[in-house]
Design a protein around this ligand. Sequence first.
Ligand code: MN
Ligand code: MN
Length: 310
Amino acid sequence: MNEMYEKAGNIVANVRKLATDMVEEDLKVLDLVEFTEQEIKKLGGEIAFPCNVSINEITAHYTSPSGDKTVLKNGDLVKIDLGAHVDGYIADSAISVIVGENLDLSSRDTGLTEDEIQLQFKMIDTVGQALENAISTVKDGVTVGKIGEVVEKTITDQGLTPVSNLTGHTMERYILHSGLSIPNIKEENKHKIVEGDVLAIEPFVTNGVGRVTDMNDAYIFRFLRDRPLRMAPARKMLHEIAKNYRNLPFAGRWIEESIKTRQFNLILRNLISSRALYPYHVLKEKSNARVAQAEHTVIVEPGGCQVITK
Ligand code: MN
Ligand code: MN
């Protein structure tokens, strides 16, 4: 089982690097997510969830719909969040990069002041440090509240703010969020993690109010349950989804190609209102401030943890 996690973790680490290296001005987000997903398969993994590319104040759950024309711009703060699984054992990791970070951004048209650009670099450094400090805290018997406390302190010591209503999570075979949340702020949660637990730790840092809110759009969905449905195409689509993705998140883009667009959206709405599918709404920072994220998956050990996505 640990070998499966290690394999999934290696795939994610390799693809994360390749995806990061691709980031440049005018890159289509659609090309970035498709590349990332294809590369996971090429390296022998399965896709655990659609590649998320969330830009600036968009914090999580954005993946391209089919035909997405969104392109990256110099100065954008881009969060790439990807997941692979091997036989259901999932590795989940994320990184933040600034588009054009190797260029002299002050001489480019980014719409940002030099101070604003430097702040973004600081947010990325800080979120990476918060993740490292959290990882150093993880071992058998530590409370989840303690992990949150370490994350929060690392971030507030830099004069920045953690996103308080987003958390890390435990994972189990074919289950991305298996019940226990790993907070990014101090909480009176005495629940202890134990040896063998698999945790995705994912702090988010902002200079805004530190809360995310749902947008109307959703491009990622998850099968919830079978439902009696009147529309035959809806029944067929639900059956295909359950068969192909089980309870793991999938992209609307993945199934849209095989179905006519207008009908696809109609069926999708039907499946969501029937509570057969769960929609992951795009999340944005409430005060429209930019957000940086870092994430690794770890396996808890008696005296520490093994980071599988390094
Ligand atoms: Mn993730
Ligand atoms: Mn995660």
